[in-house]
Design a protein around this ligand. Structure first.
Ligand SMILES: Nc1nc2c(ncn2[C@@H]2O[C@H](COP(=O)(O)OP(=O)(O)OP(=O)(O)O)[C@@H](O)[C@H]2O)c(=O)[nH]1
Length: 765
């Protein structure tokens, strides 16, 4: 009976059944774990077939174990049948599993043949349903043997020509052992031994497959850990790429990361430019690496290449952002940055830093004369000149601030005498006569930061600029910002602030100086003179006029004088003369401002005095003066004779009065002084202008002026400027005052040579 039915389950000791069930549980549980662990992921074919194979073994052992607990009958038959089929399936599965492990020949025909045989065996069992042991007959046995032979043949064909790994060897040996036990179970005559062998034959292969799965699990864990490390290293390098400044240091970092993660100290790296701003990076090692590791190295290399390209682009952008396109010198931003760096370093090293500020004189005019291109050419020559001066000296840095302004920053600056020599050589070294007749010159200012000063690049720049401005103003060509200049600048700043406050608080008062008839000494007119009431001290225009002109504060001061003069007209009932500055004339809405200050009536009692130099400078103001004149105001040329107005131009200017400057009146006793006054009188006669002599201080001067034919005079001898005037006539506010207005025009002979005394026709006179 045993010889006919070699693979049937038989009666075995309880411990064998326990071993069967325990192993079934172990292998089955392990399969379940693997399945749960893999869920949703694709695994290698070998691992998947190994799982199916293990599941088959677990079921096989389970069927065998349960068999021991059943009595003969349909259930036992079913278990027997299942066991037989699972044995068949085990044989069959050996074919695709071996192929998956060993990559052998195609399995299609092998599987078809084995499957057909197994189906035939199952059919044989089916056709003998009445016999409970029908499946155990020789047909089934033959089928199983045949399928086993086919599987063994495939395995031999598959792994025969190959070098088998240690795990593969373990599997082959375990498979051979299992097959040997199964074969022995069919051959051994002793029924109990045979049953034990049939019960336990699949255990060696089950354990081998379990070992294989465990090894795979460890491998997968190692790979997962390595992936994790690689991901971290890649992220670290990507972050570092944002902070690194150059590609070489980043490449070094990438190499260190790769060496640490792959535990390969032989890894090296290279970074090569392949075109403009394009790079290729390689990380390589003589050691063989897995595909995953190679991908990791490529990822690191790509980060380095991308960063190198970005650095190249950024540095190009920075070069553009920090360079002046015309002269290719560092621009203002670069100078600011450099100056701050240098000052901070000097603060630590306790060294001096000097800033040399250079500005072309009259460059605007140069541009106007020679065009922008001519101007550009000069700027480039200045840049070359300065560049030549600092070449090879690491402590000197030259830059262009903009327009015609250049600076040289000198770290570890020398002593003041050397700085003066440097400033002088900068000034004298650049005399550009290449375009036009007038040479372009540089004005140079030098300021120095010394240890202990506050680190303030703006202040240093301001001081150097101030020194340069002073050099320009004084026409000395160069100037060092020293204590004296600092004191002057501070004083000027305070003065300016006080002037601003005085204007805001309306501390300017009009004082009136009479202009009288030289013969009768009758007051014909008064001139409003501005006085600054500086906390009880009266300041004359000579104390503040320059600052007021420079700051533009002369505009509100002038407007205030007009307003006060208008009030004085009402109060004193006498024509007034008011000074008008060039700045006022240059205001875009000058006419509106004058109207707002004066009002729109009594223009005929207003004389506007403009200095000769202002008149020359403000040629475009001629239409404005004509407009004012059309309203009835008279225009007087103040300080006449001191400017350079061409006498021929006088006839074309809208002028009514010439005021002879006090310098000529002072010299009236001399032949030269008398002849100048005579010339002015002749000129005025030719052009039909009135004449007023200013600055009459002595009676002899008055007598001479009268002799020369001057009809109107003004000066301290004839009346000092005062806030009020002893004027004849009613006081404002009395009933008669309004009734008697307005004054009639003065003078009565507005044009033509002065043949008779000019008279003020005053209603009350
Ligand atoms: N050709 C040229 N001119 C420029 C450039 N940048 C600015 N400018 C002109 O340079 C002139 C600078 O004038 P300023 O320095 O203010 O005046 P300036 O005539 O030199 O007067 P001072 O400095 O008081 O002597 C302006 O007219 C600008 O229009 C440039 O790149 N090329």
């Amino acid at each position: 009976m045993r010889a006919d039915v070699p693979f049937v389950l038989g009666t075995v000791p309880m411990w064998v059944t326990m071993v069967q069930l325990l192993t079934a549980g172990l292998v089955g549980g392990f399969c379940l774990l693997q399945w749960i662990w893999w869920r949703g992921e694709r695994r290698r074919a070998g691992a998947e077939w190994a799982l199916v194979w293990s599941a088959d073994i677990a079921l096989l052992l389970l069927a065998g174990g349960l068999f021991a607990f059943t009595d003969p009958g349909p259930l036992q038959d079913a278990l027997q049948f299942a066991h037989t089929q699972l044995v068949g399936a085990f044989m069959l599965l050996a074919i695709p599993a071996t192929r998956a492990f060993a990559d052998g020949p195609a399995t299609r025909w092998w599987v078809a043949l084995s499957s057909t045989l197994l189906l035939a065996g199952a059919a044989a069992w089916w056709w003998h349903p009445t016999s409970p042991r029908a499946g155990e007959d020789a047909v089934v046995t033959s089928v199983l043997v045949a399928v086993a032979l086919i599987s063994v043949a495939y395995v031999v064909a598959c792994i025969g020509p190959q070098k088998v790994s240690r795990l593969g060897t373990l599997l082959v040996l375990a498979g051979a052992e299992s097959l040997a036990m199964l074969t022995a179970g069919g051959v051994v005559q002793d029924e109990s031994i045979s049953a034990m062998l049939v019960a336990l034959w699949s255990i060696p292969l089950g354990f081998a497959l379990g070992t294989l799965a465990l090894v795979r699990l460890r491998q997968a864990q190692r790979v997962a850990r390595q992936r994790h490390l690689m991901r971290d290293a890649t992220a670290r390098l990507a972050n570092a790429a944002w902070f690194a400044r150059d590609a070489d240091s980043l490449l070094h970092r990438a190499r260190e990361e790769a060496r640490a993660v792959l535990a390969d100290p032989q890894i090296e790296g290279s970074l090569r430019p392949i075109s403009h701003d394009r790079f290729v990076t390689e990380l390589y090692s003589p050691r063989e690496h897995t595909a995953l590791e190679r991908t990791f190295l490529v990822d690191l290399a790509q980060i380095v290449s991308a960063a190198a390209e970005r650095y190249g682009l950024t540095s190009r952008l920075e070069r553009t952002a920090y360079a002046d396109p015309l002269t290719r010198l560092p621009n203002r931003r670069a100078v600011d940055k450099h100056l701050l760096d240098v000052l901070e370093r000097a603060n630590v090293e306790r060294t001096r830093v000097s800033l040399v500020y250079c500005d072309l004189d009259g460059f605007k005019r140069f541009n106007d004369l020679h065009g922008h291109e001519g101007g550009d050419a000069v700027l480039v020559r200045v840049a070359d000149h300065l560049r030549g001066l600092v070449q090879g000296d690491a402590d000197r840095f030259v830059g262009r601030l903009g327009g015609d302004e250049f600076v040289v920053v000198i770290s570890r600056a020398p002593q003041d005498v050397d700085l003066v020599a440097l400033a002088r050589s900068l000034r004298d070294g650049f005399v550009d006569c290449s375009v036009g007749a007038r040479a372009a010159r540089l004005s140079v200012g030098v300021a120095t930061w010394v240890p202990g000063d506050v680190v303030d690049p703006d202040a240093l720049m301001r001081h150097a600029d101030t020194a340069m401005m002073e050099a320009k103003r004084s026409r000395s060509g160069f100037r060092v910002y020293d204590r004296a200049l600092r004191r002057r600048v501070d004083a000027a700043r305070h003065h300016r602030a006080a002037l601003e406050a005085a204007v805001a608080e309306d501390h300017f008062t009009a004082y009136f100086q009479p202009i009288v008839d030289a013969r009768t000494l009758e007051v014909l007119q008064v001139e409003a003179l501005a006085r600054w009431d500086d906390h009880g001290q009266l300041l004359l225009p000579s104390d503040w006029l320059d600052v007021a002109e420079e700051t533009g504060l002369i505009v509100p001061i002038g407007a205030s004088m007009l307003t006060q003069s208008r009030r004085a007209l009402d109060r004193f009932q006498i024509p007034v003369a008011v000074n008008l500055s060039a700045r006022q004339l240059a205001e875009p809405d000058a006419l509106e401002q004058i109207e707002a200050a004066w009002g729109d009536t009594y223009w005929e009692h207003l004389t506007l005095e403009i200095t000769e130099s202002a008149l020359v400078r403000t040629g475009p103001a001629v239409p404005l003066l004509s407009e004012l004149r059309a309203r009835g105001a008279r225009i007087a040329v103040d300080d006449f004779g001191t400017g350079y107005s061409s006498l021929a131009r006088l006839s074309r200017l809208p002028v009514d009065v010439l005021k002879i400057d006090r310098s000529f009146v002072r010299e009236i006793g001399t032949d030269r002084g008398a002849s100048v006054v005579r010339t002015i009188l002749d000129l005025a006669a030719v052009h039909g202008l009135d004449v007023v002599a200013e600055g009459v201080e002595r009676s002899s001067d008055l007598a001479t002026l009268v002799d020369l034919g001057v009809r109107r005079v003004q000066g301290n001898f004839l009346g000092r400027a005062a806030a009020t005037l002893p004027i004849r006539g009613p006081r404002p506010g009395t009933g008669a005052w309004h009734a008697q207005r307005p004054l009639r025009a003065v003078p009565t002979q507005a044009r033509g040579p002065q043949t008779g005394p000019l008279t003020v026709v005053h209603h009350l006179a």
